[in-house]
Design a protein around this ligand. Structure first.
Ligand SMILES: [Zn+2]
Ligand SMILES: [Zn+2]
Length: 216
């Protein structure tokens, strides 16, 4: 059961991964991807170690991620930048990609490169490229987001045995890792159906691309 949840979490993570968004190739991109891998490894580690303490984030990153196989190899900046780490409690209404759940609380983990800056500048660059995608790719990305929301609804029901009430509910309880964006500026909402449980009870709707049931 535990590994099943871990696999689902990994699928959810990969489906919102920005790593493939770059067509060009430079140190900024590779440095950002390296830090994104560290974040992903940290996420998996925390799923397995619910007792991990936030004040040991840096130690976990430097020692346990590779040894415990949460990351295939140590990551560094290809331009020679030095990574530094800091964390702070997350606000309740803010769900960036570098939010982590640890001991039931959400934290924002900053992985800063001395040359390439904070990880949010990498995420901003990725977002910009996604908004410039052709409409068909934006529609595909939107359907993939809606599938991620469906997966989170199912996980929520499996773990809590009650239905999630909203997308916010999924975010606040950590079933959706970060806010999902439709790159055609659509807004997501859940539409409750007459019957079903978990992901089957709700249709997911984008205000631009429509219902996931129709888009499939
Ligand atoms: Zn760097
Ligand atoms: Zn959409």
């Amino acid at each position: 059961m535990k590994s099943f949840i871990k696999i689902i979490a990994l699928i959810l993570y990969i489906s919102v991964s920005p790593v493939l968004a770059f067509a060009d190739d430079d140190d900024f991109k590779k440095c950002g991807e390296a830090r994104y891998l560290i974040l992903s490894g940290m996420e998996l580690y925390l799923i397995d170690h619910k007792d991990a303490a936030a004040d040991s984030f840096e130690k976990i990153i430097s020692a346990d991620l590779v040894a415990g196989k949460y990351m295939s190899e140590p990551q560094s900046c290809p331009g020679g930048g030095i990574f530094s780490y800091s964390h702070k409690p997350a606000r309740d209404d803010w769900f960036p990609k570098n939010a982590l759940i640890c001991g039931g609380k959400r934290y924002i983990l900053e992985i800063k490169c001395s040359i390439h800056g904070g990880i949010d500048s990498f995420f901003d660059e990725v977002e910009k490229k996604k908004f410039a995608m052709p409409p068909s790719e934006k529609a595909d990305a939107c359907v993939s987001n809606m599938k991620t929301i469906k997966g989170a609804l199912e996980l929520y029901y499996m773990e809590k045995h009650v239905e999630a009430s909203s997308i916010d509910d999924l975010l606040k309880n950590g079933f959706l890792k970060c806010s999902l964006k439709c790159y055609s500026n659509g807004a997501y909402e859940l539409k409750k159906l007459d019957s079903g449980t978990g992901s089957a009870l709700h249709d997911v709707i984008c205000s631009v691309h429509g219902s996931i049931e129709k888009a499939k």
